[in-house]
Design a protein around this ligand. Sequence first.
Ligand code: PGA
Length: 241
Amino acid sequence: MFTVYKEKDYASLSRRAAAILSAEIIHNPKAVLGLATGTTPIETYQNLVESYREGLLDFSKISSVNLDEYCNLSPDHPQSYRYFMNYHLFDRVNINKKNTFVPDGMTEGKEAAARYDALIESLGGIDLQVLGIGQNGHIGFNEPGEFIADTHMVTLSESTIKANARLFASPDEVPKSAVTMGLRGILSAKKILLLASGKNKKQALEGALYGPITADLPASVLQLHPKVIVITDCDIALQKR
Ligand code: PGA
């Protein structure tokens, strides 16, 4: 079930996303937040940091689990997702870093992946999961092709490597594999907040909302979730379902 907010631009998308996250943190000071990296949530995190500095938010009892991490980039590598989270959010608010979790991209194998799913379960599940969407319809790093339930290692698609190359000195430096929360982990979240910004996301977003549920467009599985809030600045045609 989707509730869609169409916003005029990235700034208002980010304000609304931060408002929804803030409401969660205020209502549930011990919330488990599922967090995402990428360009899209950066201003949302900035807004949360501002609210924290104004004394409106307290992260001291919040836990977080991130969606994904590149393989073989150490946590202090500036392009690793652990580094991203520290830089954009964790180092700027009063969250206890011990309660922040990012998949381990340095330890390969099924056991490390299974540990991540067990960890999420031990936290009591995710209260609110933030998601971006890839141009190819991926969520986390669940790439088109097959639905995989558990946290797993994935070979990144050419399209993802190309899209993410902008953040590296050269496309050759983009890791070719990653660890990602699987679709069961994502769909188990109590609420989902899907953010899509920019014209290049329009097609994937429309497919996710209104197309068939297909492994060719992993975000389409969100149609199976009872509570997905979508915030977008894409000019999508809203359809009744
Ligand atoms: P972006 O990535 O926010 O950098 O566009 C989103 C994604 O690929 O999931």
